[in-house]
Design a protein around this ligand. Structure first.
Ligand code: MD3
Ligand code: FE
Length: 212
């Protein structure tokens, strides 16, 4: 007997090296949320300071062997949470398995994330156009998982001024960014207010990275 996959529409290439897996994380949404709550009980969401002294609009936490941090000294991956001085919480097995299965479905077999950045958006939160380039090896993709309120994701080219496309990202969507898309500029428009049945008034995004 086959199971009807009513929501998972299968992989779709949205750019060279970038694959959208609509609904790929839907079946695990409750378990993912429980794991996020466990991680953020130990490493709470916080608003990092940019090197220029601005408070980031997105609230962040991490799990895994290392985590992405920003402060007056710059952007980097750190083995410990600067708030606690302790190692980041371990990456839940469910997280790792989801990231590896999504990467494999997108053609990136063998992806082994060592960091998971957890971003929290409340209404009005935005993420300005940027590149993810603090990782050691750009041959590994980044896997992103969207949960909660929908957001409009923007992705441009390899130069900040390149024209940007918009992609609506819904609860349960996974996108794998590798190959020629790995260093694209990208960002998230201000989150619109709303209510999500499972997450309430927020969006949470997980990004799985091979940082080292
Ligand atoms: C395209 N997060 O954490 S996920 C980030 O929705 C980040 O929270 C956004 O950008 C969010 O750095 C976007 C999608 C994403 C993540 C990494 C990428 C798209 C990407 C790296 C390269 C190109
Ligand atoms: Fe990014």
């Amino acid at each position: 007997m086959t199971t009807l996959a009513l929501f998972d529409e299968g992989p779709r290439a949205i750019a060279d090296g970038a694959i959208w897996l609509p609904g790929h994380a839907l079946a695990q949404d409750r378990a993912l949320l429980a794991a996020i709550e466990q991680v953020t009980a130990a490493a709470p969401f916080r608003h990092l300071e940019t090197p220029g002294g601005l408070r980031m609009s997105v609230a962040m936490s991490n799990c895994g062997a290392c985590g992405w941090v920003s402060d007056r000294r710059g952007y980097r991956y750190a083995d410990t949470d600067p708030l606690s001085g302790q190692p980041w919480p371990a990456m839940p097995t469910l997280f790792r398995e989801l990231a590896c299965s999504a990467a494999a479905a997108a053609g990136y077999a063998g992806f082994e994330p060592d960091a998971c950045l957890i971003n929290r958006y409340l209404p009005g939160t935005k993420l300005s156009l940027h590149q993810d380039r603090d990782e050691a090896d750009f041959s590994a993709p980044i896997v992103s998982v969207s949960l909660g309120l929908p957001a409009v994701f923007q992705f441009g080219g390899l130069q900040r001024a390149d024209p940007a496309q918009r992609l609506p990202l819904a609860h349960g969507d996974v996108v794998v960014w590798g190959g020629n898309s790995r260093l694209r500029f990208h960002g998230v428009l201000a989150l619109k207010p709303g209510h999500h049945p499972l997450l309430g008034e927020q969006r949470i995004n997980l990004t799985f990275r091979r940082a080292r």
